[in-house]
Design a protein around this ligand. Structure first.
Ligand code: PMP
Length: 289
């Protein structure tokens, strides 16, 4: 069956799913998006992703011409049309077709695109052994330039950091903020464990407020582990007992070393592995039934 892509209320075969070259999403990266997972036929944290999408849109004065419930239905209908029970969903709202020139308000109407695809995961052995990360030179966007809480289509800040880490042979790049504190990775949030407490940078460090981050914080609290949102330096990372990353695609992935320095023994830690297990239990028990 040929995959179908939703564009503004219609489903198109993949080959015919096209947008105009005058769409400001293409011309200027003017738009917002979400990456969402569907497990066992149920969309994971659907409302949370839809809420974040609308917040991102509001932050850039972009109107979405559907209610939140209508948009959720559109996501579910697209999954059904593609007969997908386990999927990675890319939900995009672009500014739409307009004239050349930045003015977003000359664009006709925003475009809603829903792509449902299979998920590209990190190799299994990285979940078992941990991945290699580096601290990149590219600074995370300043929140007064392009606030990282907005999940916008303008991802060059992260792509430049990704190029750096790939060129260095690392799987992920850890980005610092303009004050030199740890912010997040190119496509994941970061956590460390120190003396049996879980620490993660606060929203004020300039991060995307990850849906997975929020789930992990809840799971840790339920398990009675203290979670603190604190500013952290790169030395805090090097001195950590454990380190792991979170994201919709990655879920929870241990970090074995940073800049070639082992994190503790260089093996995934106890708390990381227990959270990973809890997360997998949560997603595998998650079902539309
Ligand atoms: N930070 C950045 C920069 C991201 O792009 C993402 C999503 N890929 C995350 C963090 C993790 O967010 P979530 O858990 O909502 O996927």
């Amino acid at each position: 069956m040929e995959p179908k892509v939703y564009i503004n209320g219609e489903l198109y075969p993949k080959e015919e799913a096209k947008v105009s070259v005058f769409d400001h999403g293409l011309l200027y990266g003017d738009g917002v998006f979400e990456g969402i997972r569907c497990y066992n036929g149920a969309v994971f944290k659907h409302s949370e992703h839809i809420d974040r999408l609308y917040s991102s849109a509001e932050a850039i004065s972009l109107e979405i011409h559907l209610t939140k419930d209508q948009l959720k239905d559109a996501v579910i209908n697209t999954l059904e049309a593609n007969n997908l029970k386990d999927s990675y969903i890319r939900l995009i709202v672009t500014r739409g077709v307009g004239k050349l020139g930045l003015d977003p308000f000359n664009c006709e109407t925003s475009q809603i695109i829903i792509i449902t695809d299979t998920i590209q995961l990190y190799p299994k052995e990285l979940y078992e052994n941990g991945l290699d990360a580096i601290i990149v030179q590219t600074i995370r966007n300043h929140s007064k330039a392009l606030n990282p809480t907005i999940k916008s289509m303008n991802y060059l800040n992260n792509i430049l950091a990704k190029i750096e880490c790939l060129n260095a042979g690392a799987a992920e790049g850890i980005m610092l903020n303009t004050d030199g504190y740890v912010a997040e990775c190119t496509g994941d949030n970061i956590f460390i464990v120190k003396d049996n407490e879980i620490l993660t940078p606060p929203v004020s460090a300039g991060i995307l407020v990850g849906i997975t981050r929020n789930v992990v914080i809840e799971l840790a609290k339920e398990a009675g582990v203290t979670v603190k949102e604190v500013q952290m330096t790169q030395d805090d990372l090097f001195e950590a007992d454990e380190c792991f990353l979170t994201g919709t695609a990655a879920e929870i992935i241990p970090v074995a070393n940073i800049d070639g320095r082992k994190i503790a023994t260089g093996k995934p830690g106890k708390i990381t592995l227990s959270l990973l297990k809890k997360y997998q239990e949560l997603t595998s028990s998650h079902s539309s039934l």
